[in-house]
Design a protein around this ligand. Structure first.
Ligand code: HSE
Length: 329
């Protein structure tokens, strides 16, 4: 069989949780995004080189790099002994809740699948990519591998991931606000998630996860906007543990969300483990007011001494990681 000796893949960033769907719901975003190039090399093991906008400011240790961890799991399973060289063009801001580590892991696995003609299914790729993530969480890697809106389930019987992916409504727009809040790590942010949940919070969250999913699956943007902002378990605990920045507790965040929804009909969530926020809006109904809503959020950040490091006026990506180029042997 003819093989490549190098492939490059494009990988979308992702927003996980989508309000109440902790570790289950996710969406791929067109921007920001990154690229991963993987080639066969003469040495053994995996070498990693980080380039791009944030290449100099993120972890390049092959022992702990998420892409390398995912590749090692894959290579162990398929008994692959070839040397690999991976170049990541890191253009997703790190530690901001936009799924950088998941995108690197997803990109590494999708590239290896192409490079070595492994014929893996999407669920398999999500499984191996999740080795790159703290506690093996699968929501970000699902979105980066599959694209679109995703519900990831660990199969009760096999323990393996099953991803249910849907094309997002074409009327759904997103604005990502990346504040200059320093988050220690996602691993750390996961420590703020409570082990036990009150019955009423469980009922509230389960009902809203169901409603948000129905909204995505049927293309009902109103149903998404009405339900996505409200997570009284994970967002509330993290906010009250100051994970999203000092002063950004649940009272502050809830007030902001209520104002945005009541005044504009626009919904706000924290993206993944934060601190980025996402404004969700209907393109046909809110295009006139989305900038005003954005201005309101920026003013609120300013009140607390923060500002936006980056703003992405972007859209859900219908597609997940895919090969953009290859080189033959
Ligand atoms: N579901 C994960 C979390 C996403 O909230 O910790 C991390 O990006």
């Amino acid at each position: 069989m003819r093989r490549w000796n190098a492939v490059t893949v494009w990988v979308p960033s992702s927003s996980a949780n989508l309000g109440p769907g902790f570790d289950v719901l996710s969406i791929a975003l067109r921007e920001p995004s990154l690229r991963v190039s993987l080639s066969l090399s003469d040495g053994d093991g995996i070498r990693v080189l980080l380039k791009g906008k944030y290449g100099g400011s993120v972890n390049a240790d092959p022992e702990t790099h998420s892409g390398c961890r995912a590749l090692r799991a894959l290579m162990a399973k398929y008994d692959i002994n070839e040397g690999l060289e991976m170049v990541v063009y890191v253009d997703i801001p790190p530690k901001k809740g936009l799924g950088l580590s998941g995108a690197e892991a997803a990109g590494a696995v999708v590239a290896a699948n192409e490079l070595l003609s492994l014929g893996l299914s999407k669920d398999d790729m999500v499984h191996y990519a999740s080795y790159g993530e703290p506690e093996g969480h699968m929501d970000n890697v699902s979105a980066s591998v599959c694209g679109g809106f995703n519900i990831v389930v660990r199969d009760y019987i096999t323990g393996m991931p099953r991803v249910y992916s849907f094309r997002p409504p074409s009327d759904l727009g997103t604005v990502v606000i990346v504040p200059n809040v320093e988050k220690k790590s996602t691993r750390d942010a996961r420590k703020a998630v409570p082990d036990f949940v009150h019955k009423s919070d469980m009922v509230g969250n389960v009902s809203r996860v169901a409603a948000v999913s129905v909204g995505f699956v049927t293309g009902d943007v109103d149903c998404i906007l009405r339900n996505i902002a409200w997570d009284t378990v994970v967002e509330r605990s993290r906010a009250d543990s100051q994970v999203y920045g000092s002063g950004i507790d649940w009272k502050f965040l809830e007030e902001e969300k209520l104002y945005l929804f009541k005044k504009y009909g626009i919904a706000e969530t924290i993206s993944g483990a934060g601190p980025s926020r996402i404004l969700w809006y209907s393109i046909s109904r809110h295009s006139q007011v989305i900038d005003e809503a954005l201005g309101y959020v920026l003013d609120r950040l300013k009140e607390l001494g923060y500002e936006a490091e980056a703003i992405f006026k972007t859209y859900p990506s219908e597609i997940g990681a895919y090969k953009t180029s290859e080189q033959y042997e």
